[in-house]
Design a protein around this ligand. Structure first.
Ligand code: NAD
Length: 336
């Protein structure tokens, strides 16, 4: 089976390619990625020499390039992760989010359709998995959680661009009978995450003795899932999910931002010795809140659990500690 993984040089994409390469020996993977600031190909060094992996630098916004590549490679499936992914950047400059997330997804759908339509009489076995976020559902109060029938109500340019791409994918199933599946996952954490995101920022700032910025009062709530659990869920949906369906993925692991930051500081106190004045928590500094900051996200993942038998396997405390150690090595505070 020949698969295209888009955005494979990013955080989840690189973990996903390593996961597929390790667990699915019959799969050949080509990673297409524009190599934005958020990417790092070195994460794929371990499989660089493999004859089941190759890399192609490609911008999915470039329709001609996508066309040529799809015709040449003739993939059996697409796992689509490429996106501009940072909410703060979408507030500073939304335009690349519309191009990469909406136009890019359209180009991939349209080129897959044109390539795969030869089998239009039956539902094509070739599958398009689109990876999305729980942020498309908008924000919650203190109670409740998002399920697959929750109405979309995206609040940031990032989540609006992801919602738009989800709708395009949905329409390609309903209109053209394409074999699509969509997943909506909560916040991921783990190795390879870009420095700009919350957990790497806390670790980097704390170890450098700089103020650790926390938005507003730090009372926003997010659900956290270890990236390898997400990759396992994506593979499960790709191979076993039902065409045209949408699956929520989450960790049943809600944390208020301030509590999570405190927890990471305590891990650092234990792993690297005490921070300033005996505790890294003394570096926490409350900063002006993000514009339109969603208060709470919580994911009801019972559909994927019940129908496909997936469940998160990783214990949060243990995996968070391993993640902290991974970043300590990356930032030069721990020898390998
Ligand atoms: N990180 C999370 O917590 C999370 C949670 C749920 C869903 N998601 C979704 O998962 C996907 C991957 O997220 P991530 O955190 O790994 O993002 P990331 O920013 O770490 O990586 C994105 C990758 O996409 C590539 N890319 C961006 N624009 C491109 C373009 N025009 N053409 C080709 N490649 C392009 C980048 O170079 C980068 O390698 C995204 O679609 C995101 O919306 C992420």
């Amino acid at each position: 089976m020949k698969l295209i993984v888009t955005g494979g040089a990013g955080f989840i994409g690189s973990n996903m390619i390593l996961h597929l390469h390790k667990n699915y020996p019959d799969v050949e993977i080509v990673n297409i990625d524009k190599l934005t600031y958020a990417s790092d190909l070195s994460y794929l060094e371990p499989i660089k020499q493999s004859d089941r992996y190759r890399f192609k630098k490609l911008d999915i916004v470039d329709r001609d390039a996508v066309h040529d590549f799809f015709q040449k490679w003739n993939p059996d499936g697409i796992i689509h992760l490429a996106a501009e992914s940072h909410v703060d950047n979408s507030i500073k400059g939304p335009e690349p989010f519309v191009y990469s997330n909406v136009v890019g997804t359209f180009n991939l759908l349209e080129e897959s359709r044109l390539l795969w339509e030869k089998n239009e009489k039956t539902l094509n076995p070739r599958r398009f998995l689109h990876i999305s976020t729980d942020e498309v559902y908008g924000t919650l109060g203190d109670e409740g959680s998002f399920n697959e029938t929750t109405s979309y109500a995206p609040n940031s340019p990032y989540s609006a661009s992801k919602a738009s791409s989800d709708f395009l994918v949905r329409s390609y199933h309903h209109t053209f009978g394409m074999n699509t599946v969509i997943t909506n996952c909560s916040n991921n954490y783990g190795p390879h995450q870009h420095d700009e995101k919350l957990i790497p920022t806390v670790i980097r700032k704390a170890l450098a003795g700089e103020e650790i910025p926390v938005y507003g009062k730090g009372d926003n709530v997010r659900d956290w899932l270890f990236v390898d659990d997400h990759c396992n869920a994506l593979a499960t949906v790709f191979f076993k999910g039902k065409a045209g369906e949408q699956y929520n993925i989450g960790g049943d692991n809600e944390w208020m931002n301030l509590e999570l930051v405190n927890h990471i500081c305590q891990i650092l106190n234990q792993e690297y010795g005490e921070g300033p004045d005996g505790d890294y928590r003394n570096l926490i500094s409350f900063v002006t809140d993000r514009l339109g900051h969603d208060y709470r996200y919580a994911v009801n993942a019972s559909k994927i659990k019940k129908e496909l038998g997936w469940k998160p396997s990783q214990d949060f405390d243990n995996m968070l500690r391993q993640t902290v150690r991974w970043f300590m090595k990356k930032y030069g505070y721990l020898q390998s």
